[in-house]
Write a protein that binds this ligand. Structure first.
Ligand SMILES: Nc1ncnc2c1ncn2[C@@H]1O[C@H](COP(=O)(O)OP(=O)(O)OP(=O)(O)O)[C@@H](O)[C@H]1O
Length: 257
């Protein structure tokens, strides 16, 4: 489905992604984690060439993305849904108009685009808010419109670059629930960059840990976080244990548990 080989990107002297190799299978959800600045965003943005790699190859559903000209790239990007940290919606347009925008620009007649957009909004539980202006929606709802916009193209591959990072903590859950559902139904393969550890534990088929531009460890969540083989894996394990202990203590002391 997605195969990345020997990917490399530097910004001047700074090597952001170095000899990166990854394979994501059909329907698989892989979660990419690692310390801030280790190259996650640079890596995921190279998959649809929002950032141009210096070298290496990327194949999506058998198409070598790294070889494509602009027209080919335009076609393959339709098969790759991208959800960003920023929603990038047009505030004065309604939810359904925002989702339709890309479809209409792609030449789909307005009626068909409307139907596809409504179907996508249903998948994120926003069909009843379809006619509301996106600027009047909560951050969580706006991000769900952003997800619907990507889903409307029925992509083979969904890329998520910290989709909950700019949300108020109490709105994060509504977006994670949608992502969890999408992963469960395996309509597309997913590569998710996130700092949400509990999402990674519950939803990932595979955790990929990155440090200083390269993968340092990958495997099932229970292995990577339970019996880490890398320094970064060990740090996540300790963080999870710390969170479990402090959560239990806080809940007990407040009589919430
Ligand atoms: N356009 C750019 N020009 C110069 N340096 C860049 C550019 N984009 C990213 N970098 C640098 O490349 C490195 C990797 O950045 P990147 O954003 O990919 O990391 P990240 O793991 O996604 O971090 P975070 O978790 O904080 O989002 C960082 O040192 C960053 O400062």
């Amino acid at each position: 489905m997605l195969t990345i080989e020997n990917l490399y990107k530097s910004f001047g002297k700074l090597v952001a992604v170095n000899d990166f190799n990854l394979h994501v299978k059909e329907g698989e959800t892989a979660v990419l984690m690692g310390p801030s600045g280790c190259g996650k965003s640079t890596m995921i943005r190279m998959i649809n060439r929002l950032i141009e790699p210096d070298s290496g190859t990327i194949c999506v559903s058998g198409t070598e993305v790294t070889k494509l000209d602009l027209e080919g790239l335009r076609r393959v990007r339709k098969r790759i849904g991208f959800v960003f940290q920023q929603f990038n919606l047009v505030g004065r347009l309604t939810a359904v108009e925002n989702v339709m925008l890309g479809l209409v620009m792609d030449g789909i007649p307005r009626d068909a685009a409307y139907d596809k957009a409504m179907k996508a909004l249903e998948k994120v539980g926003l069909e009843k808010r379809a006619q509301h202006k996106s600027a009047e929606m909560s951050g969580g709802q706006q991000q769900r419109v952003g997800i619907a916009r990507a889903l409307a193209f029925e992509p083979d591959l969904m890329l998520w670059d910290e989709p909950t990072a700019s949300l108020d903590p109490i709105l994060v859950r509504e977006v994670l629930v949608i992502m969890e559902d999408l992963a469960k139904y395996r309509a597309s393969s997913m590569l998710v960059v996130t700092h949400e550890i509990s999402f990674a534990i519950h939803v990932a088929d595979r955790i990929v840990l990155m440090d200083k531009g390269s993968i340092v460890e990958e495997g099932m969540p229970e292995d990577v976080f339970g019996h880490p083989a890398s320094h970064i894996g060990q740090q996540y394990k300790e963080l999870i244990e710390y969170q479990q202990i402090t959560n239990a203590r806080t809940l007990n002391s407040k009589n919430i548990a």
